[in-house]
Every structure is written in C-alpha cells, then in structure tokens.
Design a protein around this ligand. Sequence first.
Ligand SMILES: [Zn+2]
Length: 340
Amino acid sequence: MTMLVLFLIVASMNASKITGEQSLRDNSLVNFGEIRETMQAQIDMGPRIPGSEASLLFKDWILDKTSDTWEVNMQNFTYLEMELRNYYITKIGADIPEILFGAHYDSRAIANLDPNPFLTDNPVPGANDGASGVSAILEMMTLIPEGLEEKVGFILFDGEDQGSGGMDSWEWIVGSNYFADNMSEEQVNNTQVFVLFDMIADDELRLPYETNGNRTYIDEIWNTGIDLGYDDIFVIEAGPNLIDDHIPFKRLGIPSVDIIDFTYPEWHTTNDDMDHIDPVSVAIVVDTVLVWLTDRYEFTLSDGTQPTSENTPVHLEFYLFSFLLLGGARKSLDRKTRVI
Ligand SMILES: [Zn+2]
C-alpha cells in the first residue's frame, strides 16, 4: 500500500513536469500549466484573423493580462482598408528598452495545407502558429525580475500570417513591417537585439537556427539552452531561412533572432490545435531565454534555492527571506516571482 502511494506520488510529480517527450529542468521558474491556459484562452476566442471578432476579444484579453506592471501601447493602423493593431508593451514609466521580444498573435485565415481538400478554406486554429509565441511573451512578462523590466519591451504583431492568399492580396509580416517602419531613430539605436518567438509548441521541439538570424545572439541563446540540458532542442545547425517578423528589424540594422521550429506537421492546417502541441516546449524556450536575459544583465533568477552570487539583488534576497518566512505563501509577494 505504502509503496503504491509512493509510486502514485512520484508518478504524479513526474506528470506535473513532463508531458510528451520533453521535460523542463527541475529548478525552472516557468509554469507550463499557465502557458497551457493562456494558449487555450486564445484558442477559445476563435481564430484571431485580422479584423475579426476574435481579434477584438484578444484586445480585451491582452489589456486585462497586462494592466498591473506593464503599459500596453496600441498601434492602430490601416492595411488594405482593414483596421489592424499591434501591441507594444513596456514597463510603466520606463524609458526606451534595450531588448525587444516579439510574436504574432494573428492566426491564418485559411488552412491551405490541410490534408483534407474540403477543409482548406477553413481557418487555422493557430495553437502553435500564433498562440505559442504570445503565451511565451506573457510568461516572460510574469517572470522577468524587478529591475530588468525596464530593459525589455514586447511586441505582439497583427497580420503576420496572411500572405500567399491567406487573405486576398495580403503580404506576409504586415504588422512587424509597420512597427519597424515607425520606430524612431532613438528606438532603433537603443535596441540591441530583437528576439522572435514563433511556432515553439511542437510536441517534438527541435530548433536548428533560422539562418537570417544574428549568429552572435543565436550562439548565446542556443548555448544557454545547451547548458540548461536542452541540447536535443537547441541544436547548433543551420535550419530554415524564413520571412518572419524579425526581418523588418534586421533591415533596420538591429541584430535579430527567430526562435522557430519550422517542421511542424500541422502547419497551416486545421489541426494546429491544442491536441497537437506541448506547452512544455514553450516553457523550455522561455526558460532558456529568461536565463540568457538575466545572465546578460548579471541578474540572478530566483529558483527557490539559495542564491549563489554575493551580488544578488536586494529584492531577490527579500523574496527568498519572505519565502522562508511565509512558508511559500507567495501570494502577497511580488506576483512576478513565482515558483511552480
Ligand atoms: Zn503561419
């Protein structure tokens, strides 16, 4: 009986860490359950086709999600007589950020690659191709430590995925083109790197690097992933060469990286849904990018264990002290510091 109970406890602990083939390292702060929820919430809105009712639902949702610490600037613009909207999110009161993260939130209007010819005019649900990148950014926003928040900005792009007949006469990457075209000279000069999350929820995630990306930053991020034990995922080998939302930033001379697994079998089909993704994949990417980011600024991410650095920022020491004092009741503490 005891053995059985023990077995069940261990089994359920494993189940909380691992779904599909991949697992998140033990000390990660990233909450893949939360990632699953925010992905599901987007799917529940319906396809986030530009100009659609679901796209408006997304607006209300994202404003609600980001109201506490972050300021959401809506960038409204018109393309082929349709109202589109990018969201530019920065710490309230912060200056121009140094590092930008992006993802597209729209989903493709037609599943033109669906194996069933009767479904090719149906919309793509966009669990991987759309929702995964947005959920990565929401999780990043939750976990970036205080003091680093003002260094980063997030952009959620509309109109990425409607080229090649997705919507009539549309081009690809409409939202990111508009954003980049309207950056001030100061913004461009201040941006050290742009990092894009796209299609990172494949349940067999594998990330050869996208070859338009900047090799210096690719090596930094990929080596961080390898150091964390994700060496089956962050493979330093040349992958695809893509038109994606990083291209307009690269065109401005900003070093840019596209984190994407382009071998997703359900790409641009009606099966790009919650049954064909793994939120752990997204969590692994967020874990890696967070560690890369905090290493870069010599911040220590709290993982619930003792800090190793003597230069641990004061707020983390406070957090760890409070954590011990309150026995893990973190609800009353900074909501951005969370342990799964
Ligand atoms: Zn797409």
